[in-house]
Every structure is written in C-alpha cells, then in structure tokens.
Write a protein that binds this ligand. Structure first.
Ligand code: FEO
Length: 401
C-alpha cells in the first residue's frame, strides 16, 4: 500500500527508507538505515523529482500511482543520476509512456550509460536558470556540478520557495514517519549523521559546495527537500551555516580529536593520559577514538568537527600502522584543511611512524603541525612526562576557546 506524506497541497513526498542495507555505497555503515526521498508536484502538468534505489522501488511505484490517481505523468526531473536515485527510471518510463525526462547534458549522457537505450525522443535538456512551467508551479534549474557528481543539479520551485537540493543537505538515517526535521525529537543526534554524510560523500568538493551556496543565497528558500533524510522547513539558516563551515573546512568546535592505533594498549595509554591531562587543563571538548574499532567514516566526521587532531600510532613493517595510514589518506582525499595536528609515535626497536605521518600531513593544505611530538619506546614512562607536558601545552595554547 502507498506510504506518502504531504509537504504542501500540491507537493507530496513519495520516497521511502531502507533499514536493511548494511553500508551506503557499500562503504559507509548505516546503523539507522537510510531514506531515499522523491517528490511529486501535481499541477496542470505533473512532475516527479528523482526516483529511488531499487531496494524500495515497489513502494515508490505504489506511491506514484496513488498520487497520480490515473493522471498521466508529464515530467521526471533528474537532479542526480547516481543509482540510489535513478534506479527506478526504467520502471517509470515503462509505466508512464508520456513522461519526458528532464536533465542537463551530462544527466542525459549518464542516463544512456546506465540504461543503454535510445531515449532521445523522451528527454529534455535544460541549462542553468532555465525554467519549466507546470501551471501554478514553476521549476528553475540550478546546476550544482560535483555536489556530488558532475551532472548534479538542484531544482527550485518558485511558488512555494522549495529547493529540491539533491544530495546537498542530505543525512544518513531512515525516516520514521516523521519526515520533517521539526518533527524529530530535539535530542536526536541527527547532526552526527548529517556531518558524517556530508564529510564522507561531498567533503572533497568544498569549493563546489561554496558555489552552490552562493547561488542558493539569491533564492528565497522556505523549504529544503533533499534526497536523503529529513525535509527542512525551519532553521534553514542554521543548516546552511553548517554547510558553509564544512565546505570552507573550518572546524565547528575548538576541541581535540585524539585518534590512536594500539596493538597492546601502550599507545592507547598515551592517548588516555593526554586526554586526562587536557581535561585537567580545562579542555572538555575531547574525543578519544581507536582507529581500529571506529569506522573511518565516523573518524572523518569528527576530523571535520574538531580544530585539533592528535594522531598516535605504532610503527608497523617500518611504516605507519595501517588503520592510521588509511585515516590520514582519507583526510587527504577529502581535502580536509585548517587543522592543527600533534603526533605521537611508538616503536619498540625502530620507531618510524612519526616521521612518515609528518610527511603525509605536510601534503595537507593549511595544516599546522605543533612543535613538540612524542616518540615512545614501547610504553609511556615517567621519563616521558616532560614531553607529554609540552605536547599538552602546545595544544592548550593554540585552542581559541
Ligand atoms: Fe544519494 Fe550521490 O547519491
């Protein structure tokens, strides 16, 4: 049976959630599932904005049929061609023979790559700021390349001030009937999942997100309808400010992420001693994470959150312990900048991790590496206390809270 919700009199949410998928893009854990949002506008002409992943295609088609109530479907607006949103296009083409697919040149190129069929008589190519009138509602297309793929665009509906924002402003997590952010329990940790979604999926493309935010600032947006997670009709400014901060790679919090790797608990001990010392010094915004047991997508989310990052790792095969190396590589790949790093290495006979972490961090733009580092020989000892004290002082004096 259909499962839909009304956004305005003419705009309906026709998406759904998948609580079975283990990993988004087969990479990122989904402890709370994920939603795939799609929307329909009923007017003199009818239009659907994006489809859904194949996992919920049956629900989607029931929703479409329910809302259309026997009317023809005139347009499918494809804001994003990634399969989590385009997987049901074939079914719509088959069920609704009058339907035209609306997208930009790149969208149509990708459409042919994914569906391998000649659809030239069923496509309409649009460009920046072009409009499509549906009746009372008018759609305006705004190109948003690399937020998150090159064909991505967003669609602004003028009559209601609704921005169909594609992946932008999306969040991991299923929708539990409450599809609007203002319906969620206020103590939910949506921001953790919103940050984890943004930083891991779109984080690399801060410049392109800035371009989109600039374009969005000229629109009178009252509602944001993303392709994942809750719909926003309140506190839009706050969410936009977070996006602004994330895409400039500015930390949200003056605080310290201590990410450690530890084989037998000795490097972990150094991480804990440092955290306790910082707390003694009055720093309370501290997160201590074991890189071997914390999924890297959470580490990336927190790396974008905190101003300071301490990396503590043993040497392994003359190199950096693999999980830590992967974390640094991911920070490099996602273009993280403007962070202050401190290093702790460990090694029983030939500690090398510190030197190698340093050379990796030197390739990250706008990075500050604090003066003092710690090189442990197997365990933290009383003779390391002075070094630990210097590292703490370096951190405390560079925090601006
Ligand atoms: Fe939700 Fe880039 O796809």
């Amino acid at each position: 049976m259909y499962c839909t919700r009304q956004i305005t009199e003419d705009i309906t949410w026709i998406g759904g959630s998948d609580r079975r998928l283990a990993r988004f893009e087969n990479l990122f854990p989904l402890p709370h599932g994920v939603s795939y949002n799609a929307y329909v506008i009923m007017d003199e002409k009818t239009a659907i904005l994006d489809t859904v992943d194949h996992a919920i295609a049956k629900q989607f088609m029931e929703n479409v049929a329910h809302v259309l109530k026997g009317r023809a479907l005139d347009y499918l607006i494809v804001n994003h061609m990634e399969p989590d949103h385009c997987a049901s296009i074939g079914e719509l083409l088959f069920q609704y023979p009058d339907m035209k697919i609306v997208g930009n040149q790149k969208t149509i190129q990708f459409l042919g790559q994914f569906f391998d069929a000649d659809m030239s008589d069923r496509t309409i190519v649009v460009t920046e700021k072009e409009r499509l009138a549906l009746g009372k509602h008018t759609l305006q297309f705004v190109m948003a390349p690399m937020v998150h793929w090159p064909e991505t665009m967003v669609t602004y509906e003028l009559a209601t001030g609704t921005l169909f924002s594609a992946d932008a402003f999306g969040t991991f997590g299923a929708l539990d009937g409450t599809i609007f952010h203002d319906e969620l329990e206020q103590d939910t940790d949506w921001i953790v999942e919103a940050r984890r979604y943004y930083t891991n999926i779109v984080g690399k493309y801060g410049v392109q997100v800035q371009t989109l935010l600039k374009k969005a600032s000229s629109l009178e947006i009252k509602t944001i309808c993303p392709l994942h997670g809750p719909i926003w009709r309140e506190h839009l400014e706050e969410y936009m400010q977070l996006y602004d901060k994330w895409s400039r790679y500015e930390p949200e919090v003056q605080g310290v992420l201590i990410a450690y790797a530890s084989m037998y608990g000795n490097t972990e001990n150094a991480a804990n001693v440092l955290a306790a010392g910082l707390a003694d010094a009055g720093i309370t915004k501290i997160a201590v994470r074991d890189v071997s047991v914390t999924d890297i997508s959470y580490l990336i989310g927190e790396a974008f959150k905190y101003s300071h990052i301490v990396l503590a790792a043993p040497t392994y095969n003359g190199n950096i312990y693999a999980m830590m190396e992967h974390f640094i590589q991911d920070m490099q790949a996602l273009n993280l900048q403007h962070r202050t790093f401190t290093l702790i290495e460990n090694g029983t006979w030939a500690p090398m991790a510190g030197k190698q972490m340093m050379s990796m961090l030197e390739t990250i733009k706008n990075t500050t590496i604090l003066e003092h580092t710690i090189s442990l020989k197997s365990t933290l000892k009383p003779s390391d206390e002075e070094g630990m004290e210097q590292v703490m002082k370096d951190i405390v004096k560079t925090l601006t809270c």
